[in-house]
Design a protein around this ligand. Structure first.
Ligand code: TYM
Length: 334
């Protein structure tokens, strides 16, 4: 009897090395990356080309890329199961980006929420790179023919644009690209800032942001100061209690409990106890990651070997897609 050949689904995602990895990027993305790696063909990237859309200090960027790789591994991403690499090491990303830019509308890019926000934040440096950033992101995803892209809620719009670009290209040239779906977690898709729960937790607001490598005392202090409200009831209600709801989400995601169970657990005891318990849960979640990252960072040769091998493996896949694209476009073979 003939066996059906089942193609393993392909996954691609990346994080910018523009700061430390945060609780937000862990809950929104990395946790899901981990869960997917045993079942699918996963490619995870450190997107340094994206990071330079705003100014970076060269020495710091170098250090952050290596630290981020160590953290990927320390979080449980297994280099035997998935491909881990650095975006600038695989030149096909920028090559395909130019091509896809010729299939993307100015109007589409103008509508991107992240562009609008970042061009406000960096009003003195609104570069073409910041504007065309989603095209590079589409290239990342399409080069690996990804079926799904595990990201937090803020990246959904970019994945949808990627899909539109792919569909447009396929419409002209036939089935070149797989159409990707965003994969957004049920809990933790949008972790809010601890100091201002109306905003997303992000590296640009350090007070409200918890980093994977923060010392336990710093994590404890940040949670202790977390903004809540003038009531005393621990209840999940993102509209009228954004601070408390965010803390409940973090607690549920960190412990694997449901939000309802978490509400019951803190029904008595006030906000002080509650905030301390959420802080402790995050400290325990990150402790092994921090310790393993530190251990890995002391072995630079291992990390270098890892990213070189990752780039080689990624390049093989990326090259195949780019060749196909060149052929479809009518470029003469080299
Ligand atoms: P970046 O580097 O801003 O964030 C990395 C990932 O973490 C998620 N995330 C969050 N999730 C929940 N709550 C938060 N507060 C939070 N903050 C960040 C993001 O949704 C993201 O999944 N453009 C991307 C990087 C990128 C990429 C790609 C992603 C480049 N190419 C291809 C997927 C596929 C970005 O800036 O993510």
């Amino acid at each position: 009897m003939e066996e059906a050949i089942v193609r393993k689904k392909k996954i691609f995602s990346g994080i910018q090395p523009s700061g430390e990895l945060t609780l937000g990027s862990y809950m929104g993305a990395i946790r899901n990356w981990n869960a997917l790696q045993s079942e699918y063909d996963c490619v995870y990237c450190i997107v340094d080309l994206h990071a330079i859309t705003v100014r970076q200090d060269p020495a710091q960027l170098r250090r952050r890329c290596l630290t981020q790789l160590a953290q990927y591994v320390a979080c449980g991403l297994d280099p035997e199961k998935c491909i881990l690499f650095i975006q600038s090491h695989v030149p096909e990303h920028t090559e395909l980006s130019w091509i896809l830019g010729c299939y993307t509308q100015f109007g589409e890019l103008s509508r991107m929420t992240q562009f609008k926000q970042k061009s406000q934040q960096h009003a003195d440096n609104i570069t073409a790179g910041l504007f065309t950033y989603p095209v590079l992101m589409a290239s990342d995803i399409l080069l690996y023919q990804a079926d799904a892209v595990p990201v937090g809620a803020d990246q959904k719009q970019h994945v949808e644009l990627c899909r539109d670009i792919a569909q447009r290209f396929n419409g002209v040239y036939g089935d070149v690209f797989t159409l990707p779906e965003p994969l957004i977690p049920q809990v933790g898709a949008r972790i809010m800032s601890l100091s201002n729960p109306a905003n997303k937790m992000s590296k640009s607001e350090p007070d409200g942001c918890v980093n994977l490598l923060d010392k336990p005392e710093d994590i404890r202090r940040k949670f202790k100061r977390a903004v809540t409200d003038s009531e005393t009831v621990v209840r999940f209600d993102p509209e009228s209690k954004p601070g408390v709801s965010n803390l409940l989400t973090i607690y549920a995601a960190a412990t694997g409990k449901t939000i309802t169970d978490a509400e019951t657990e803190f029904v008595a005891g006030g906000y002080g106890n509650f905030k301390a318990a959420v802080g402790d849960a995050v400290i325990e979640l990150f402790r092994p990651i921090r310790e393993e990252s530190e251990r890995l960072l002391s072995d630079k040769a291992y990390l270098e070997g890892l990213y070189r091998l990752g780039a080689e493996r990624a390049h093989v896949i990326a090259q195949k897609t780019l060749r196909k694209v060149h052929k479809k476009l009518g470029f003469l073979p080299r």
